[in-house]
Design a protein around this ligand. Structure first.
Ligand code: NAD
Length: 465
């Protein structure tokens, strides 16, 4: 079967970039990305590609190339389902905030709604592709909903998890390490797998397209995120030991990363990982393991989250301790709010939790981030529900100029590793701060020696001070 028309439900950080790259690489396929969020779709259709809702280097150009040719953004979900041979589901699957599995399990409400909508609308056979990250065995839930429509339409469910990293999404999609496709190992299932393989094979070398059964594919995505997050927590745990022993975590990371069995990536000590995926996917793994009675497996992975929470708390406490155990009324400038550089995504960003901790101590936080809008900072703080929105607005200012953010501050905390921070005029920043002027580098991106020469008191995670 040759796919001619694809629809993707969910125009978020995954659906938007993924479909833009498929449209670019497969000009013969019509790709329609749909979402119930009208403002988001309007932003994807904004004639000025600088206003698309997802910031990713290079994404604007990719969208501009295909939009209106074979790439469309729309709120007409039913229409797009009806005319497509293949439907990707790329909706959000956050951690449940209520009921059974609260705080651990993935909330599959949006997935089920999509499945029901496809079941209601489809009049011809469809291949349904799970692009969202889902608990292992979700495909059977989707299949059960689709198979009980009584419409005579036949559905195949594939799992095709997305491994892109925000900040390098376009690069990762154009040249992926691998593409993973899981499906039923029946004749019909294998045909569906082949149809999706043929889409990716238009630009991805065939040997990098892995095919598996549907359950291995679903579980591989949770496993990949668990392993990546585990590396961050492992190096972060040792950063604390370094601070007590005069070892330097950057040197330790270089030494162990040179071992080809370990490798150099994901060994950078930091204030802690953020993002919408790592925490939610590990919590989900913990929940699934416990539901099978595998308590040791669950405990093992849960520790990765506990270490991450500890690292964020530890960073905030370090700031408070260094400022003579009180930050009440003191201005602390945050450089960065996004969960990592080169994205405007702030979900689960370490900055949110460090700010929350400092606000409990009645500090005044001035936030500057090159890509995050003011309203997003307050949405993030209000979502925590730890104080009223009025209080969040009383203690936090979002500033559009980094020098303004640092002016009159007792301390600067670097929460995101934006490259531009290295290029600032740090002498000018120093001159305009209260003394002693502190820098707490939560990403180890600044040149600590240079800053010390200017006069700053510098704390870099896991290094001797
Ligand atoms: P997102 O919140 O940015 O986007 C999801 C979109 O789906 C939203 O715009 C929402 O309005 C829309 N939506 C929800 N229900 C809908 C419905 N019934 N009909 C139409 N639209 C609907 O989320 P995201 O970051 O793109 O993540 C999507 C999935 O991909 C998640 O399962 C996530 O775990 C997974 N994932 C994310 C990343 C990442 O880096 N963000 C990477 C790999 C996998």
């Amino acid at each position: 079967m040759k796919v001619k028309s694809i629809c993707c439900i969910g125009a978020g950080y995954v659906g938007g970039p993924t479909m833009a790259v498929i449209a670019k690489k497969c000009p013969g396929i019509k790709v329609t990305v749909v979402d119930i969020n009208e403002a988001r779709i309007a932003a994807w259709n904004d004639p000025d590609v600088n206003n698309i809702p997802v910031y990713e280097p290079g994404l604007g150009e990719v969208v501009a190339e295909s939009r209106g040719r074979n790439l469309f953004f729309s709120t007409d979900v039913d229409g797009a389902i009806d005319e497509s041979d293949m439907i990707f589901i790329s909706v959000n699957t956050p951690t449940k905030t209520y009921g059974e599995g609260k705080g651990l399990a993935a909330d599959l409400k949006w997935i089920e709604l999509c499945a029901r909508q496809i079941a209601r609308v489809a009049k011809s056979d469809k291949i349904v592709v799970e692009k969202s990250t889902l608990p292992v065995r979700t495909a059977s839930t989707i299949k059960s909903i689709l198979d009980h429509t009584g419409s005579g339409v036949s559905f195949q469910i594939l799992s095709n998890p997305e491994f892109l990293a925000e900040g390098t999404a376009v690069e990762d999609l154009m040249d992926p390490d691998r593409v993973l496709i899981g499906g039923d190992q029946t004749e019909e299932g294998l045909k569906a797998i082949q149809a999706l393989v043929d889409v990716y094979a238009q630009w991805v070398p065939r040997e990098r397209i892995l095919t598996t059964n549907v359950w291995s594919s679903e579980l591989s995505k949770l496993t990949a995120n668990a392993f990546l997050a585990q590396r961050v927590s492992s190096i972060n745990s040792l950063s604390e030991l370094c601070e007590h022993t005069e070892a330097d975590i950057n040197e330790v990371a270089r030494a162990i990363g040179s071992d080809s069995r370990i490798g150099p990536k994901f060994l950078k000590a930091s204030v802690g990982f953020g993002g919408s995926c790592f925490q939610k996917d590990i919590l989900n793994l913990v929940y699934i393991s416990r539901s099978y009675g595998l308590n040791e497996v669950a405990d093992y992975w849960e520790q990765v989250i506990q270490m991450n929470d500890h690292q964020k708390r530890r960073f905030a406490k370090k700031i408070i301790r260094s400022l003579y155990n009180t930050v009440n009324g003191k201005k602390i400038a945050f450089l960065g709010w996004a969960f990592k550089k080169d994205t405007n995504d702030t979900r689960e960003s370490a900055a949110i939790y460090v700010a929350d901790h400092l606000l409990f101590e009645q500090a005044h936080v001035a936030v500057y981030d090159p890509k995050v809008k003011e309203e997003q900072v307050f949405v993030d703080m209000d979502y925590l529900n730890t104080r009223s929105s009025e209080e969040n607005r009383k203690y936090i200012d979002v500033v559009e100029d980094p020098y303004e953010a640092c002016k009159g501050a007792h301390a600067i905390a670097v929460l995101t590793e934006w490259d531009v921070f290295k290029q600032y005029d740090w002498s000018k920043i120093y001159d305009n701060m209260l003394k002693p002027a502190h820098v707490f580098d939560g990403r180890n991106v600044l040149d600590a020696e240079k800053l010390r020469k200017i006069g700053f008191q510098v704390y870099s995670i896991g290094t001797p001070s």
